[in-house]
Design a protein around this ligand. Structure first.
Ligand SMILES: *Cc1c(COP(=O)(O)O)cnc(C)c1O
Length: 466
């Protein structure tokens, strides 16, 4: 390469690090049309990357994402949709906000524990704890003695304190992991007795009976879909029985001609009873009287209780195991416990959720309807002022796949023309509502009051496109 090489709008001199964009003679008509050939005017990627804004962005986001934004802008230049001079501006404007693709969204669906939107939102205290734990941290280190310490002692202590009657606690990656570890450690190759009325599928094809058998249990199904008696369990129990398992149907209800023994009756059978309560209430929640909780289940004699931490507890994804010390110890010492353990970020978020201020999930659940109405009226006044067709409507929120099937919590929302649903999903931040009876409904129970200004901004900007 002895000579300067002429290449699509850039002259690169040998031995020179950067590239010099050159202005080509754009306005020469080329044969057969008035257009210039945009491919000839396309700057080199490196030339655009030299823009100081993109250099700074590469520090923050990493070079890959910035290069991709430049490549997209240059594609537009090449196809004639963008003038070459605008490539850097467009690349800057289309940079992702962060290096991770997950985006913050406003949940205006009214479904408090919305699986597709990440179940629970962490409290600010939990977020702060995660940030602190993100660097080097004393997760397995005793700062006073300078030697190795047991992992997760603080969070286990906080959980034990929150659940009276829990002799021991163990935390794993999620509730599915808690159930798998239960079988690995306590019932591999042996029978687990379970009612046919509790053979549940949680969502996305995840079936708990299949999990239990995959982990090595032999399922001994008893009773029928709607009625199972204590005698059915008693007849099934034999030398091969390891556990009786009760599963809370967190996303449906069987009503009508039904029967099931109480937990205390099951406990009387003299086989350890594992109760998968699902949604993770540690103590009774008066607003959800039919939702089981860990403290009550242990008080009724369950040997073990398993639950998800990111449903009604309002914490990070984790599986909680409460119960008898001998059983929990066998689980915690099982070799596969290591494969299911949680990381320091989860430990930090979980402890701050249990010990800190109420998480957003609990706040959403308990917010009185009058407070929602006040916010709806304030928001709708601003929107109506801007000429938007908006109404304040009474609606109903649900807990979602996280528990309390069939419970509808009175709520208040904003009703807008349907076209807003798609516009709001594309907004910044994206707002996810629901479409009902030909209107886009934004339920305020699941929108924290601190996000009202963001919601308003998103609505006003959607209105411009509507
Ligand atoms: C949600 C749920 C599970 C699965 O919990 P993950 O934390 O999602 O793994 C298991 N059992 C019940 C009863 C549930 O509600």
């Amino acid at each position: 390469m002895a000579l300067p090489v002429f290449k699509t709008g850039v002259i690169r001199h040998p031995g020179q690090a950067g590239s010099i964009p050159v202005r080509l003679r754009h306005n020469l008509p080329y044969p057969g049309g008035a257009m210039t050939d945009p491919r000839r005017a396309t700057p080199r990627v490196d030339a655009v990357l030299a823009d100081p804004r993109l250099v700074a962005a590469a520090e923050r986001l990493g070079p890959g994402l910035v290069r991709a934004a430049v490549a997209r802008a240059l594609d537009q230049v090449r196809s004639g949709r963008l003038p070459a001079e605008a490539a850097a501006d467009v690349a800057v404007a289309t940079l992702p906000a962060s290096a991770a693709g997950l985006r913050r969204v406003l949940n205006a669906t009214g479904v408090i524990v919305h699986t597709n939107l990440g179940r629970s939102a962490l409290s600010p205290a939990a977020v702060a704890a995660v940030t602190d734990a993100a660097g080097y941290t004393d997760v397995e280190f005793d700062l006073s003695s300078g030697v190795r310490a047991k992992r997760g002692t603080e969070v286990l202590g906080a959980l034990r304190a929150a659940v009276p009657g829990a002799e021991a606690v163990h935390v794993v990656n999620n509730n599915a992991a808690a159930l798998a570890l239960t079988v690995f450690a306590l019932a591999a190759g042996r029978e687990v007795v379970v009612s046919r009325g509790e053979l549940i599928e949680i969502g996305d094809g995840f079936r708990i009976p299949e999990l239990l058998t995959a982990a090595g249990a032999v399922l001994r199904e008893v009773g029928t879909t709607n009625r199972t008696r204590l005698a059915d369990y008693a007849e099934a129990i034999g030398p091969e029985t390891a556990l009786v398992m009760r599963l809370h149907p967190s996303n449906y209800r069987v009503s009508g001609f039904t029967a099931a023994p109480t937990l205390a009756e099951l406990v009387s059978l003299d086989v350890p009873v594992v109760y998968d309560i699902g949604s993770g209430l540690l103590a009774p929640e008066p607003l959800l009287p039919d939702e089981p909780d860990a403290a009550s289940a242990l008080a009724a004699g369950a040997a073990l209780v398993t639950a998800s931490a990111d449903k009604l507890l309002g914490g990070p994804q984790a599986g909680l195991i409460f119960g008898r010390t001998d059983l929990v110890t066998r689980m915690a010492r099982h070799p596969l416990a290591r494969a299911l353990r949680v990381d320091k970020l989860t430990l930090a978020a979980l402890e701050a959720t249990v010990s800190g201020p109420l998480p957003p999930t609990t706040v959403s659940l308990r917010t009185p309807v009058a407070a929602l109405r006040d916010r709806a009226q304030r928001l709708s006044a601003v929107l109506a002022e801007a000429g938007i067709d908006v109404e304040v409507v009474d609606t109903g929120s649900t807990v979602g796949g996280g528990g309390a099937p069939g419970v509808v919590l009175p709520s208040v929302g904003l009703s807008l023309p349907t076209g807003y649903a798609a516009l709001l999903r594309q907004g910044d931040p994206p707002v996810v509502g629901r479409v009902s009876a030909g209107r886009c409904l934004l339920d305020l129970r699941t929108v924290p009051p601190q996000a009202d200004e963001d919601l308003l901004t998103a609505l006003l900007s959607a209105a411009k496109q509507h």
